[in-house]
Design a protein around this ligand. Structure first.
Ligand code: TXE
Length: 488
């Protein structure tokens, strides 16, 4: 299709060069708003992954990258951040045509956050270091904090560049090298990032991009003995597979997986704020958000009044062209996801939940594109499939609770534990509930807040390891203890 900005190269980025895949195979990437083919993307197979790993290994062991001081690594990451900021419009456009994310989100939120992350981790490059330890006897004991080696990053399509950066920026800051595989649904911005790395003079081999499917490219990464760590974000079932395959070569693994997060409204909440938060919690990025507040737990006594407020607001949200700056709600990312979300809407109806908003496909423009109406189900029980399984789309399940005990039991009755929201004016209750919830992040009187400095990650089947903040640095480093005999 014709595009407003030049597309990045449809090649692999290995050892600082753009190369064709050895098999010459390509696959299509599709614009979900129009169903047009945007372009063809290189498919990396085992030999290409091996090439990328060899280049990352060379860069890590004795290439120019390995010889940089921590301070100079930091300077390079600052340069990447600045270069991204000078290409905000292009990055935002590419993200939007690739996955249907409203341009207002990709331009004002995702891309600036990506740049901020590179700045943030640039600052850590020379600040996360070893220590001296007062051991018994006349010995000097100190630690070195060393990089893990070659890091393989496998990322999903919902926040393509942002979730990749959550991994790539701390990995590079700590001196690792990276072989990155974006989702086959959303390769464009990762390829653009490779162009930026080339532009700022990142030493060859430090950052490599291998595009392709999970089954072919991803599997080759999991099997490759030259990768020391896999940082993965995606669905829980894929996460299980990643762990199984990575175990065969004992790779270190961090997993950020799915969620079915409760967004909780107590009877004393500020209903206007909570309604706004409930809508942002489920309809931001069309609900394709791992931390989406997809279970709305409403206190029974407040149910009718709150639902009315919620519907008044939610009705105003309509699907539209994601490239229009006024659009707040775009198409789902791909055909599979579209069918999956519609199937869940069908399942909710069959299970006896009541559709109070949406509940169908949405018609936008000429009828093409994977548009679904923002959908709210009422009278959902926590046992229904729409309350238990990650839909990963704009479908909200409203569930009632009686009191705090009932609330905590229902909120935690899920295999997941990624995030939660609590809306109340009562400070004691807010903190009590936050402590009781089994979730990696709890938002009180807000939802979907992120900052490069604040850790994010899952409890239970939402994964393990923390991203963002200084906590992420742990999983991109290893500690060496050194003993020196000081006895004269
Ligand atoms: O995700 P996958 P898919 C959920 C969401 C969605 C479902 C399927 O419910 O409907 O997962 O989406 C790579 N070896 N989430 O299939 O498969 C894949 O190429 C190695 C939740 O797109 O988890 C991509 O780069 N890699 C979620 C990445 O894994 C493999 C985000 C994620 O894809 C692989 C996305 C394999 N065998 C989907 N198979 C969240 N909660 O953040 C796939 N991959």
């Amino acid at each position: 299709m014709e595009t407003k900005y030049a597309l990045p190269q449809s090649k692999l980025f290995i050892d600082g060069k753009w190369v064709e895949p050895r098999s010459n195979k390509k696959f299509n990437t599709i614009n979900p708003a129009t169903e047009e083919v945007i372009t063809q993307i290189a498919l990396a197979e085992e030999a290409d992954v091996d090439h990328a790993v060899q280049s990352a290994r060379k860069a890590f062991e004795d290439g120019a990258w390995s010889k940089l001081s921590a301070t100079d690594r930091g300077k390079l990451l600052h340069k990447i951040a600045d270069a991204i900021l000078s290409h905000v419009d292009e990055f935002a456009y590419l993200e939007t045509i690739d996955i249907g994310k409203p341009i207002s989100e990709s331009k004002n939120i995702d891309v600036p956050f990506v740049a901020e992350l590179f700045h943030y981790y640039a600052g850590w490059a020379n600040k996360f270091h070893g220590e001296t330890i007062p051991v018994r006897g006349n010995y000097l004991n100190y630690t070195l904090r060393e990089p893990v080696g070659v890091v393989g990053t496998i990322t999903p399509w919902n926040f393509p560049l942002l979730l990749a950066t959550w991994k790539i920026a701390p990995a590079l800051a700590m001196g690792n090298t990276v072989v990155h595989k974006p989702s086959e649904q959303s390769p464009l911005t990762s390829l653009k990032l490779a162009e930026i790395c080339e532009e700022v003079g990142l030493p060859e081999g430090a950052f490599n991009v291998v595009t392709g499917s999970g089954r072919i490219t991803g599997s080759a990464m999991l099997a490759h003995p030259g990768i020391d760590k896999i940082a993965f974000t995606g669905g829980t079932s894929t996460g299980i597979l990643v762990m199984q395959e990575a175990a065969k070569t004992l790779k270190k693994v961090t997993l950020e997986l799915g969620g079915k997060s409760p967004n909780i409204v107590l009877e004393d909440a500020d209903f206007d704020a909570a309604a706004k938060g409930a809508i942002a919690g489920i309809f931001y990025n069309k609900g394709e958000v791992c931390a989406a507040g997809s279970r709305l737990l409403i206190q029974e006594s407040a149910h009718d009044a709150f639902l009315e407020k919620l519907l008044d607001r939610a009705k105003k949200l309509t699907a539209g062209d994601p490239l229009d700056p006024k659009t707040r709600f775009g198409p789902l990312c791909n055909a599979d996801q579209y069918e999956k979300v519609l199937a869940y809407i069908g399942a909710g109806k069959e299970e006896g939940a009541r559709v109070v908003l949406g509940g169908d496909r949405a018609q936008v423009g000429n009828g093409k594109g994977y548009f679904v109406q923002p959908t709210i189900f009422d009278d959902v029980t926590n046992q229904m499939r729409i309350a238990r399984e990650e839909i990963f789309g704009p479908v909200l399940s409203a569930i009632r609770f009686k009191d705090l005990d009932d609330l905590i039991a229902q909120a935690n009755d899920t295999p997941y534990g990624l995030a939660a929201g609590v809306w109340t004016r009562d400070v004691k209750k807010a903190h009590y509930i936050a402590k009781k919830l089994k979730a990696g992040t709890v938002w009180i009187n807000t939802y979907n807040m992120y900052d490069p400095a604040s850790p994010f990650g899952g409890y239970k089947q939402s994964g393990f390891g923390r991203e963002l903040g200084m906590h992420a640095l742990e999983s991109y480093t290893q500690v060496k203890s050194i003993w020196v005999d000081m006895n004269l």
